[in-house]
Design a protein. Structure first.
Length: 181
């Protein structure tokens, strides 16, 4: 059970209600949206940024979801794993493959780029102050600087979401649970 209540759409300033509505198209994130809606500046900037990034589509969805699920698995965030695993299955990774994502080196469903993204997500999460130039050389073979920046930011931001969701014990929405069942 969540440690806080969830703010409703009506409690959000009128100028931000479009973001509340827009997050409904992002996925079943009502608990997260309702939690962040308590603070309009956080709500506006986080969800405004996420919808802008989604609309621009600079980073292929498969790599984004590999990074997000990997960091969420590293941090044992059930909320984020439940929400992002279905997106990863849409991108062609089986449920068993999602479950074994941290065993990326021998993962039969991953190509070299997939493995690199998971390795990078783990490094950004666990060893961020020791990421070597060789990692960026490898990333640069497959991604533009814009994509590397977005991938890094989204992995780091997901780590923050993992902590936010777990500390506040946000409820996993039934729709998200149904997608992973």
């Amino acid at each position: 059970m969540a440690r806080i209540s969830y703010a409703s759409r009506e409690t959000v300033p009128a100028r931000l209600q479009h973001l509340y509505d827009g997050m409904a198209t992002y996925g079943p994130f009502a608990s997260l949206v309702g939690a962040m809606a308590h603070r309009p500046p956080i709500f506006e900037h986080i969800f405004g940024m996420l919808t802008d990034l989604r609309d621009e589509g600079v980073l292929p969805r498969r790599y984004l979801e590999l990074g997000l699920v990997a960091v969420s698995k590293v941090n044992a965030c059930d909320y984020c794993v439940a929400h992002h695993s279905p997106f990863l299955t849409i991108e062609g990774v089986s449920p068993a493959g999602v479950e074994a994502i941290l065993d990326y080196q021998e993962h039969p469903e991953f190509d070299a780029v997939d493995k690199l993204v998971v390795e990078y997500a783990i490094k950004v999460s666990n060893d961020f102050n020791r990421v070597r130039d060789s990692m960026f050389e490898r990333l640069s073979e497959h991604f533009s600087e814009k994509q590397i920046v977005e991938l890094t930011w989204r992995i780091a931001l997901c780590g923050a979401f993992n902590r936010f969701n777990d500390v506040l014990q946000l409820d996993i929405e039934q729709e998200a649970l149904a997608k992973i069942a």
